[in-house]
Design a protein around this ligand. Structure first.
Ligand code: 2P0
Length: 360
């Protein structure tokens, strides 16, 4: 390395994910090892974009989240950075020909800037996208390679449990693993998203307010105080994991929907079973549950499914566009736009929601 006037930069994008069989509770706080396996669907449209930069003039590791500087002193950031740094290799920048040698990485500091295109900490797994993106971008910058399949997902897990699932697209399983080292507590892809092309996901942002109880703190209290959580982790989830994998492989929407709703409800039940109890859903969330449950009961078979993470926002599933359209209509009927609302803002991509729902 000659001179002090260079900066090497990489940018990556990583998606968020929504668990349909939920992770809640750790058996090891430091290594973030869960008490049960979980399954998620990757949410391509909700993502973090992260730029990592390194240069000899940087005197400390620094991090900006959505434009605001936050401390990089937390163990979670330090662990991810240290794990990637220890796997760094010789890197040659294609554009400039700049070479950073393997042994130089340990003395170089990083600057990280990350932005989400969705509400942070409102139960839409912002930490999942963020840490997956950080690990991926750092690995790319430092030329780090996996020494076994899934190793990067294990490193992302050290940042936030659910982040390990965001390294893969489509339908993903996080195996809880058995080893104390956490080496086998990794995510693997069940199938790519193209396997189930017809499945439609609608996200209803009920509130973009920051949640009151962080997932990390909430699950710690649940592990200590909720008998239901332990029953769930030991007896209920192992069966559901197998059933859910099969439902996804077979594109069996009825089973997928039943398991998804049941698992969301049991997760929120364990929150209520926690002392002091934790409430993540609000009245609007419960009205959305009512909408789906009544519709499904009326038809006699699941039309749609809902799931809620550690926040009030709903993630809704429909088996195809036709049913999704009907679901949108029902949501708009229950929650009509205010009289003075600017309907032109009711869009998905560049299409009007009203048009999509067939409402004039
Ligand atoms: C999940 N959640 O499986 C579950 C369902 C929320 C409810 O993973 O402490 O941010 O960083 O491992 O991953 C949220 O917890 O917690 C979460 P940490 P994380 O998606």
């Amino acid at each position: 390395i000659a001179g002090n006037d260079w900066v090497l930069m990489k940018t990556a994008r990583a998606p968020s994910n929504i668990a349909v069989i939920k992770y809640w509770g750790k058996r090891d706080e430091k290594l973030i090892l869960p008490i049960n396996s979980s399954i998620s669907v990757t949410l391509d449209y909700l993502f973090a974009t992260t730029t990592v930069a390194v240069g000899p003039s940087f005197t400390s590791d620094r991090l900006w989240l959505n434009g605001k500087e936050v401390s990089m002193e937390s163990e979670r950031y330090k662990n991810c950075l240290q794990q990637i740094r220890s796997r760094a290799t010789d890197v040659t920048d294609e554009k400039t020909g700049l070479v950073v040698k393997k042994e130089d990485w340990k003395d170089l500091h990083v600057h990280v800037a990350s932005r989400n295109n969705f509400p942070t900490a409102a139960g839409l797994a912002s930490s999942a996208a963020g840490f997956a993106c950080l690990v991926y971008a750092l690995a790319h910058l430092m030329g780090a390679k996996e020494t076994y399949e899934g190793e990067f997902s294990a490193i992302a897990r050290l940042g936030s449990g659910s982040a390990c699932r965001s390294l893969y697209g489509g339908f993903v399983k996080w195996n809880m693993g058995k080893e104390d080292s956490g080496r086998d507590s990794i995510a693997t892809q069940i199938v790519e998203k193209d396997h189930w092309k017809d499945l439609v996901i609608i996200i209803a942002v009920v509130s973009s307010r920051q949640k009151e109880t962080s997932s990390t703190a909430g699950m710690q209290t649940s592990v200590k105080t909720s008998p239901l959580l332990h029953h769930r982790a030991e007896v209920v989830v192992p069966k559901r994991i197998e059933q859910m994998e099969q439902a996804i492989l077979k594109q069996d929407f009825a089973t997928f929907a039943k398991l998804t709703c049941a698992d969301s409800n049991q997760f929120h039940a364990t929150c209520l079973d926690t002392s002091p109890p934790i409430f993540y859903m609000n009245d609007t969330s419960r009205r959305l549950i009512g909408l789906v449950e009544k519709w499904n009961a009326h038809e006699g078979t699941p039309q749609a499914a809902y799931t809620f993470d550690a926040g009030p926002n709903a993630v809704l599933f429909a088996p195809n566009n036709e049913v999704a359209k009907s679901l949108l209509q029902r949501i708009l009927y229950l929650f009509p736009p205010a009289a003075d609302a600017d309907i032109s803002k009711y869009v998905i991509g560049d299409q009007s929601i009203m048009e999509l729902a067939g409402i004039k």
